[in-house]
Design a protein around this ligand. Structure first.
Ligand SMILES: NC(=O)c1ccc[n+]([C@@H]2O[C@H](COP(=O)([O-])OP(=O)(O)OC[C@H]3O[C@@H](n4cnc5c(N)ncnc54)[C@H](OP(=O)(O)O)[C@@H]3O)[C@@H](O)[C@H]2O)c1
Length: 299
């Protein structure tokens, strides 16, 4: 389903995790007219977010449980599987506060296993769960044009889709619980090999004495074009990497991919190699740098 600008009825929602992605996503929900209660582990960030959205219907909660108690839909965007369990489960977790009929929607890039596990636990309480990892990066979150890959029941998906359109270009159901996370893994496999290819091409061109910005502009109009070339080519030529999607997160994602591949019998030789190359970038101190810093190994 692609972007629609039809106004929808304001909903009571919660947002857990106001990081690089979650902060702007929650902002779009508030500006779309929804009543948004936020929770963040570092409480000062939640207070700052509420102050930055003064005048809209926003509030801050001390625990995920408290935030979920104010909401029909709880959106989540934290780091990994363990972080996700820590905000959903337990005495102070969102599931303890959510009323029957409530819905959890998780934007974290996590495993398909944790999505299936949390969906079962949610359903046992009369609630539901949709895994909804995103593509589009920080700029996609800020500009409200994320691509969202969803797994869950058709009913749960139809409930979250119109609300999630506040920060999305496209929100699509790809199957039952876990399907969103599996689709995101496909996305990361595509990107890993591509960024290595782009790194080799740019390093080769520079070693050959070419004006690589000019070369990228030319080949970007032909069959070599890609999102990575368009959005990262110039900064790779200049050696600028202090922005964007962190290498640490990419290694987390590739770890999920390689584990799933072992299970389903897929052979991913290039992805496994690029994962090791990213480990070298981490060893160079680049864990928080953008994934395009893969080219650093070649310099
Ligand atoms: N950044 C991107 O370009 C991008 C693109 C696509 C997908 N993603 C995925 O989106 C997710 C979030 O990424 P991000 O860049 O927004 O990360 P981030 O800026 O590091 O934010 C992570 C958020 O999770 C919270 N958190 C972490 N561990 C927690 C725990 N144990 N309990 C409670 N809260 C916890 C953090 O709280 P504190 O403030 O207290 O640390 C913070 O609010 C990741 O799964 C990432 O792979 C990111």
């Amino acid at each position: 389903m692609t972007r629609s600008h039809d106004p929808i009825e304001p909903r009571r929602v919660a947002f857990l995790g106001l990081g690089v992605m979650g902060g702007p996503m929650a902002g779009h929900l508030a500006r779309a007219g929804h009543a948004v209660t936020v929770y963040n582990r570092t409480a000062a960030k939640a207070a700052d977010w509420v102050a930055a959205h003064a005048g809209l219907t926003v509030a801050c909660a001390a625990t995920p449980r408290q935030a979920a108690g104010q909401a029909d839909i709880v959106f989540i965007c934290v780091g990994n599987d363990d972080d996700l369990r820590s905000v959903v489960l337990g005495e102070d977790g969102a599931l303890a506060g959510l009323k029957p009929g409530g819905l959890l929607v998780d934007y974290t890039t996590a495993s398909a296993d944790v999505a299936r596990e949390l969906a079962l636990l949610a359903r046992a309480r009369g609630c539901d769960f949709v895994d909804a990892p995103v593509s589009g990066g920080q700029a996609g979150a800020v500009n409200g044009v994320l691509t969202v890959m969803c797994g869950g029941t058709p009913e749960a998906f139809e409930k979250m889709r119109p609300v999630a359109m506040a920060f999305s270009r496209a929100v699509t159901r790809l199957g039952d619980s876990g399907a969103g996370q599996l689709a995101k893994m496909v996305n990361q496999i595509c990107i890993a090999g591509l960024v290595q290819g782009l790194s080799e091409a740019i390093a080769f061109g520079q070693n050959a004495g070419l004006d690589m910005k000019q070369v990228l502009e030319v080949i970007g109009k032909g069959a070599a074009q890609s999102w990575q070339l368009d959005n990262r080519g110039t900064t790779m030529v200049d050696g600028q990497f202090d922005f964007g999607f962190a290498v640490d997160w990419m290694r987390k994602d590739l770890g999920l991919v390689l584990e799933e591949a072992r299970r389903n019998g897929s052979r991913l030789p290039v992805t496994a190699l690029v994962d090791q190359f990213y480990a070298e970038v981490q060893a160079l101190g680049g864990g928080r740098q953008d994934t395009s810093s893969l080219i650093r190994r070649l310099r």
